[in-house]
Design a protein around this ligand. Structure first.
Ligand code: ANZ
Ligand code: ZN
Length: 689
């Protein structure tokens, strides 16, 4: 942890920078590893999350180059990803917040107008002002420097699109090869100098109507002329390094993490400030630091902790002199970066974690979290893990082997011509807006969130349909990584399905109770067992390997449909009855994680004494599950012309259409009238043309 009094607050405070004493975590030291670690996560993490992290970390390779100031000595360092374009740099643009901007203005007697500009830009949103579409604006500061390779004079502008916290806050502007610089140069009448020529084309500065940002051959670039731009980047950087006026540099967008908050309710930052000793950590024996209770909370006075004199005043742990506690508290992301480690060792009151237990349990096999955590939480947690690893406290490089990023629950809204989108309850049964009576149309799907007050309370659903329906619907509606559209019909469907299972079991209960002994080897029995074990195989795979509960449920539903079609005689038969009993048992075992209450009830109904929830997951029999295949030969006018292999479950109708689509059959039947087609079950199709 670094005490850094000069840093600005980044991420969370976008517009105004306040200079404050703040605590930062040195996450940028891990920037490179947070990126390269993705290699280890490629298998188990969704691509889009890794992509979002990559952008958040934002690695750029380039160079820092010094531009000597025109007068008074000194230099300005810029960060560029295109050192190969330095011969085309014709001016410099600086972040309006850069301390030198006002300095130049003062020296040149341009303070008033420059200050007016700087203050105006300070009001603009940073994201907006640095976006591509934003109007490029700037002002001449009065200062200038020299291009280190051409020696020409470079006027220094303050420009709204340059950000103070990225790179060095100063940019060498190359209008011929950077679109923002191009627009800026056109607006303020600054020269455009071509330094890169694309293959097979010749640019001239006078006729360009946009910048050329691609690679090419270097031109008008002194000794580097003729090099390809990639080669040029390396050679120019080496040249600057040799002359001591620049160096290769990898730049990250990721900033050190400002963790100080001026809040009462955060986790205390356990340090004490002593006049004589400086910053002294609270000794382990005095941990945890407990916050004072019952502080008066007033909106106006900022952090109430700062006024809690009794709590703040403590003796210095090092010298015993009068000292003061830190009153900033941690960002809530601090604790959420490692909370899960306490599950390994929740009762440990001597230390945050036990390295021995960490070795046994970490990493987490499967972590689940929404996409809203892609960047902050999931980067911070990785960073904590790497830090703990470096302290010998955590095994491996990554905290979470696999990540499932679940979708959001959304709600379809209606569009009113007068009132915009409306929630279902704001629309009457005739599809009219309850407020104005206008007819509504189907609108967009919105995320459910408390702040938008479009949350469907689970308790309402549970009261109306029961908890099993609520659960089944959410699991069935979509794969977990996709957003889920809330739908009343979907809930109804889940409810009906549960009723269907209930009726099936209730109806066959007696037969199941009677069915004892081994099953036989009849075709009917084989068919029942094949369906059962195939379904079990599919559900096992979908649930355990992919978390695809929706397709697992679809398979269970198919199996229920199948069981409804089984004849009474089979249920009662001594040979097939036991196979059907197995089917019902496996059905309930499969269903129990999705609809635990009704499964429990039905499990008891078929005579089982133990709870279904204490049963282990059933095992499928691979041989039984394997599809039985049959060979059907095709005769045309009495001659063998083709053969097809189909699943034994395939219906006659399906077999007929497969035969008619067979290319060999088509060869003989194309353009001819089929006079007769006979199917001999599981053996032969005979066609007469
Ligand atoms: C000269 C140049 C010539 C550039 C050229 C680009 C093309 P990324 O890829 O995002 O890292 N830049 C540097 N610091 C900046 C800041 N604080 N605010 C806004 N822009 C800044 O972008 C790096 C490029 O963005 C740098 O390379 C610099 O412009 C600009 F033909 O330098 B370049
Ligand atoms: Zn002291």
């Amino acid at each position: 942890m670094n005490r850094d009094g000069t840093c600005f607050i980044h991420d969370q405070v976008p517009v105004t920078q306040r200079e404050l004493d703040q605590w930062f975590l040195g996450i940028t030291k891990y920037a490179e590893e947070l990126l390269s670690g993705h290699e280890e996560l490629r298998e188990g993490w969704p691509d889009n999350i890794l992509e979002m992290q990559r952008n958040w970390i934002g690695r750029s390779e380039g160079a820092e180059i010094d531009f000597p100031l025109e007068d008074g000595g000194g230099k300005i360092t810029v960060f560029t990803t295109r050192p190969d374009t330095v011969y085309g740099a014709t001016f410099m643009s600086m972040a309006p917040e850069h301390p030198l901007v006002m300095e130049f203005a003062r020296r040149a007697g341009r303070e008033a107008e420059v200050r007016a500009f700087v203050q105006r830009v300070a009001q603009q949103d940073k994201i907006v002002r640095s976006s591509e579409e934003a109007e490029k604006e700037g002002i001449f500061t009065g200062g200038s420097c020299r291009n280190p390779v051409t020696g020409s004079r470079i006027p220094i502008y303050a420009a709204n699109f340059v950000l103070v916290e990225y790179g060095t806050g100063a940019v060498m502007a190359v209008p011929a090869h950077d679109q923002r610089d191009f627009e800026f140069a056109k607006k303020y009448g600054l020269p455009v100098v071509v330094a890169i020529q694309p293959d097979g084309e010749t640019l001239t500065s006078g006729t360009m109507d946009s910048a050329y940002e691609g690679p090419g051959r270097m031109v008008d670039s002194g000794p580097f002329t003729g090099l390809h731009s990639e080669e040029g980047k390396r050679r120019i950087t080496a040249y600057f390094e040799e002359k001591g006026i620049g160096k290769g540099k990898v730049q990250y967008r990721l900033r050190d993490w400002g963790v100080s908050r001026q809040r009462y309710w955060g986790c205390p930052i356990p340090v004490i400030h002593c006049q004589a000793c400086g910053v002294v950590p609270v000794p382990a024996r005095d941990l945890p630091v407990v916050l004072p209770e019952n502080l008066p909370y007033t909106r106006e006075k900022g952090n109430p902790l700062a006024g809690a004199e009794e709590w703040v005043r403590v003796p210095c742990p090092a010298c015993g002199g009068a000292a003061r506690r830190e009153t900033d508290t941690f960002d809530t992301f601090f604790e959420s970066s490692w909370y899960f480690l306490r599950y390994i060792d929740p009762k440990n009151d001597r230390e945050p974690l036990d390295p021995e237990k960490m070795r046994n349990w970490m990493p987490v096999d499967q972590y689940i979290g929404g996409v809203e955590h892609a960047c902050m939480h999931l980067i911070y947690a990785r960073f904590f893990h790497k830090y703990l690893r470096d302290r010998g406290l955590a095994p491996g490089n990554e905290p979470f082997r696999r990540l499932l990023s679940q979708g959001m629950v959304c709600m379809q809204t209606m569009e009113c011509p007068k009132h915009g989108w409306r929630y279902p309850e704001e629309v009457d049964p005739e599809s009219r807006c309850r407020q104005c009576g206008e007819e509504v149309t189907v609108g967009r799907s919105m995320k459910m969130s408390k702040s938008k007050r479009n949350v469907v309370e689970p308790s309402v659903l549970i009261e109306r349909y029961g908890a099993d329906t609520a659960r089944l619907f959410s699991l069935f509606a979509s794969p977990p990584e996709k957003d889920l559209d809330w739908s009343e019909q979907g809930v109804e469907g889940a409810f009906r399905f549960i009723g269907r299972v209930f009726r099936l079991v209730a109806q066959r209960k007696e037969a199941v109770l009677r069915a004892g002994g081994p099953w036989d080897d009849s075709p009917g029995t084989r068919r029942v067992r094949r369906v059962t074990h195939r379904t079990l195989k599919k559900v096992t795979g979908d649930v355990a390997e992919r978390f695809h509960f929706n397709t697992a449920l679809a398979a269970i539903m198919e199996m229920v449909n199948f069981l409804y079609l089984v004849e009474d005689a089979d249920w009662e038969s001594p040979g097939t009855g036991p196979a059907l009993r197995e089917a019902i048992e496996i059905l309930l075992l499969m269903l129990s994680p999705f609809a635990p209450h009704v499964s429990e009830e039905l499990w008891e109904g078929i005579g089982r004494k133990e709870l279904v929830m204490t049963q282990s997951w059933p095992r499928f029999d691979e041989d039984v599950a394997r599809a039985e295949e049959i060979l059907v030969v095709v005769q045309i006018n009495g001659k063998l012309r083709s053969r097809i292999i189909v699943d034994a479950e395939t219906t006659e109708e399906e077999i007929r259409s497969r035969v008619m689509a067979d290319p060999r059959v088509l060869e003989y039947t194309e353009g001819k009238a089929i006079r007769k087609m006979v199917y001999v079950p599981k053996k032969l199709v005979s066609i007469v043309v």
